[in-house]
Design a protein around this ligand. Structure first.
Ligand code: ADP
Length: 241
């Protein structure tokens, strides 16, 4: 599905954190929000997720307004650090959890849930590990399970908040490839928050560079490097190369 953010503003205690942000994500596209700490990336992602209300502006999913739709009814897949796996649940139960708490009219039956979990275990190459518990997995495996859990509900949009920052560099690289592969296979639009330029380049079709609550430039990695639109973009990207 296509997704659009229109002129979103947000202040906290008189401080403007988002200053009129607009962004259009076509169906199946992977977009990264990249910028320094404090530029408003997480606030924007939380507004998209329905966890924070904007002061003004609109969110549109496939052209229909969802600005006031409660988070639980958005059917968005979320891979956030704050949503760790459930320790007391097996891998299979973790992956299936989101399907069990879907609104009744969207909830698949037991057999369909089981088949879906099995298919996702295969996709993340953990077919025989469904009975394990999170404590028995590596960090990289846990993150693959978290991604499978987010995809299990056939999300209308996939949201990722610095999903790999706790992992070492080697694991991070292979995970990036598998998350991008999963996202493309499922065909869902995705929005990733990161301050890590390498991560944005590796995952995103297009990158929105944020600074002080605004999007400075929204473009492909190649264009951001070859034709930065502002001095900030040139400096930010230059400084990290
Ligand atoms: P980023 O993800 O780019 O680091 P954030 O969206 O987390 O940026 O934060 C942007 C600004 O908004 C920061 O100055 C932060 O202190 C402020 N902020 C974020 N959430 C809150 C909140 N709940 N209350 C007050 N200030 C907040």
């Amino acid at each position: 599905m296509s997704f659009e953010v229109q002129d979103i503003t947000k202040s906290f205690g008189g401080e403007t954190v988002l200053d009129g942000v607009s962004l259009a994500v076509p169906e199946g596209e992977f977009v990264a929000l990249l910028g320094p700490s404090g530029s408003g990336k997480t606030t924007l992602l939380n507004i998209i997720a329905g966890l924070t209300a904007p002061d003004s502006g609109k969110l549109l999913l496939e052209g229909a307004e969802i600005t006031d739709l409660p988070a639980g009814q958005r059917r968005f897949g979320m891979v956030f650090q704050s949503y760790a796996l459930f320790k007391h649940m097996s891998v299979a139960d973790n992956i299936g959890f989101g399907m069990r708490v879907l609104p009744r009219n969207q909830r698949p039956g037991r057999q369909e849930r089981r088949d879906k979990v099995q298919a996702l275990l295969e996709m993340i190459e953990m077919t025989d590990l469904g009975d394990r518990y999170p404590a028995q997995l590596s960090g990289g495996q846990r993150q693959r399970v978290a991604t499978a859990r987010a995809l299990a509900i056939d999300p209308r949009l996939l949201l990722l908040d610095e999903p790999f920052s706790a992992l070492d560099a080697k694991v991070r690289q292979s995970l990036r490839a598998s998350v991008r592969d999963l996202q493309k296979r499922v065909g869902v639009a995705a929005i990733l928050v990161t301050h890590d330029q390498e991560e944005a380049w590796a995952l995103a079709d297009r990158v929105a560079v944020m600074n002080a609550g605004r999007i400075e430039q929204f473009d492909t990695p190649e264009r951001l490097r070859s034709a930065p639109a502002t001095e900030f973009v040139a400096d930010f990207i230059g400084a990290m190369q």
